[in-house]
Design a protein. Sequence first.
Lengths: 368, 303, 241
Amino acid sequence: MKRFKGFVIKEFYHIFRDYRTMVILFGMPFVQILIFGFAITNEIKNAGIAILDNSKDAVTQKITNKILSSDYFKLEKNLINYSEIEDNFRKGKIKEVIVFEHDFAKKLEKEKKAGIQIIADASDPNTASMLSSYTLSIINSYQQEMMKYQKFPMQIEPEVKMLYNEELKGVFMFVPGTITILLMLISAMMTSISITREKELGTMEVLLVSPLKPMQIIIGKVFPYIFIAFSIAIIILLMGFTVFGMPVQGNLLLLLGECLLFIIMALSLGIFISTLCKTQQIAMMISMFALMLPTILLSGFIFPIENMPVPLQILSNIVPTRWFIIIIKAILLKGVGIAYIWKETLVIAGMTVIFIGLSIKKFKVRLS
Amino acid sequence: MSEIAISANNLTKKYGEITAVNGLSFEIKKAELFGFIGPDGAGKTTLFRILSTLLLPDSGNATLAGFDVVNDYKKIRNIIGYMPGRFSLYQDLSVEENLKFFATIFGTTIKENYELIKDIYIQIEPFKTRPAGKLSGGMKQKLALCCALIHKPEVLVLDEPTTGVDAVSRKEFWEMLKRLKESGITIIVSTPYMDEAGLCDRVSLIQGGNIMSTDTPANIIKAFNKTLFAVKSHEMYRLMQDLHEWDATETTYLFGQHIHLTIQKGNKSEIAAFLTDKQHKEVEIQEIEPNIEDSFMRLMSKH
Amino acid sequence: MSEIVIKVKDLVKKFGNFVANDHLCFEVYKGEIFGFLGANGAGKTTAIKILCGLSKPTSGEINVAGFDAYHETEKIKKSIGYMSQKFSLYEDLTITENIRFYGGIYGLSAKEIKLRTADLLEKLNLTEAKDKLIKDLPLGWRQKLAFSVAILHQPKIVFLDEPTGGVDPITRRQFWNMIYEAAHNGITVFVTTHYMDEAEYCNRVSIMVDGKIAALDTPENLMKTFQVENMEKVFLKLARG
């Protein structure tokens, strides 16, 4: 145990002395979040909308006021009929149209049900999904207020329609996406580089000839990165919360637990990569091309998996980040518990076992 | 003193078509300072890696302190100190941190074995807070030696410790090895510098994966069974060419200020006659005692 | 032996407070084999970098092949050749590709390159191996080839930084025969080595200690002055102070 401790201390020396890498590692979450975040928040403020109120009654008026009193929306135009919608979108001044059905208040009272249609310009999918979710939450809160005074439950049925990109399933994605990418990058790339560096320097020879067990060497190398990756995950969550007021909907412990599992998976992947490469350069290339690109492109972070050609959809199944994004989205945004994500969790756990198994098989107690 | 510390029997290792180590056999006694002398590519590093349990031989076997290098590798790793050819310490850790690290992974402390490294460590102690990467060549070697010694190994395996190090540091390094040997540690060293052979108790001359000869340096020189002449004239470049083309010449090699010459038959006066004939001036011809390098080249041309 | 090709007067190079070269003075003549010795860290590499035009001196008068080391470094680079143990040829290129590349960067015409390549291959007995990759050649061959390539453009001076490290003794001598031949043909050879017997092959030897030139003479005279029988002892006496 003393040997192991000495080894871990040495690893921390390496990491903290390479202060340039440290700055990049800890600076990256800030920069990414701020770039993503502010590019998006700026647009959400005072987004132009149009309203087509087919009912024009007290309730629709209240809802309209509530929507417009938020900072997010600005009324550009009141529409009179459906045919105007398309035209106004094309002009580009509005990003969303809210349509109230005929006899809204009456239906709500008699049938306890009334419909609102939300049409968004999904050519900019992120903005569209955010606008619609804001609108929905405003309508929801109105409904809850109403419930206090009513004996019978009544329901406003909003219907969201995305124009120009109807398949869009994206939600508020960048925080989960950034966490996923960074954890993958740090864990897999940094460990594979730090192990291959020892090979390149020739120090691996000396370590192998020492009584240290291969397991101790590997775990010792990986250990510090668990801390670093974990603290970065927490930084991102904190920033999401403070800068964008994005609360963790689900169980925080569950979320952190899943992060830890994912970090361990990525670390074992990093070890596996390092057993395949002799130099830092190759390890870096493999991490970049074999990990980063699929992580970004095939995980559903940017492009919805449902929209991909079938072969790519199948391929995306072996990309670990695809599963993690589902998990983290579910906990962070939807607030679901383990019951809904145990399958994905199992997939990642399985991958961890496979990578560790492969690494142990490939890691040699000797040179080549 | 006759206890065997290392023995190898018919060790062979191939990389594809190249045979790096070709059926090597030898025995090294306890507390012996044993040298493997040969140029780059002779197979020294491969051999040392096999002995340090880092590589598996294709065939043959070897033991270190009675342990088999293949099956008992874990035991061997506890009792050897290994210094690879390249400088292999952590460049971003300080002198002291490096030493401390190697002490911990061998489950010991600097204090425990300080006596053993004291003489060497004192020389680098003034720089103990400096990163190892910023030491000069000679000091790096000293630090690497300290790190290899810190767990008091029974056998010290040093792969080309003096390559690229200047003559002064090399000399100091060998003096340190002499002292370590006195304390009972078996030391095997490889080196491309022929003149270092004389500093070992026994040496193996190694070339192209084969051992050409194993003996004490004195006996190796004795085996040179041919009269060796050192020849000199006022015009060395022409002398070289002339001797090269002479029918009687067997071997002719440049050696410092002289040319070392062996001839098929004849004596000094015949060489003198030939050189006068070629109009060389200030000719000096001496019969000399060969050195290890002469022997090495002679063995090389025979193999 | 009288034409001066390298003239160094009071060369000083400082890195911050550290004086790497402290008022070096020497001259090297045409066709001479000049040995440049010194312990690790004595300042050899720094001086060679300045002479090759890779680094600017702090002060002093330095003239290499007739050019000034402050302003005419590009001209210096054209008139010298350089070879070291560490970097010499591209391992993943073949022999001919390497020759063509180096010929190209020194501005030889395609015709000349072809001619000299053929010459060189024949001289080194490498004609049959000409399409082999450098990494498949034994070290000794590589070093001999690297030297030939370094003087392919017939430079005035060739700098050799530990050219024979790790090479077997026979090849080492073949290498020195090539050096002699080059010097015989008028190329000045500026060489560093850790083999002290090689120091004796030089016409003159300078030995650096702590940034200064501690001795400069023919090997014979040095041995006489220090009353020892070989260069190694001269070196040890000087370097140990």
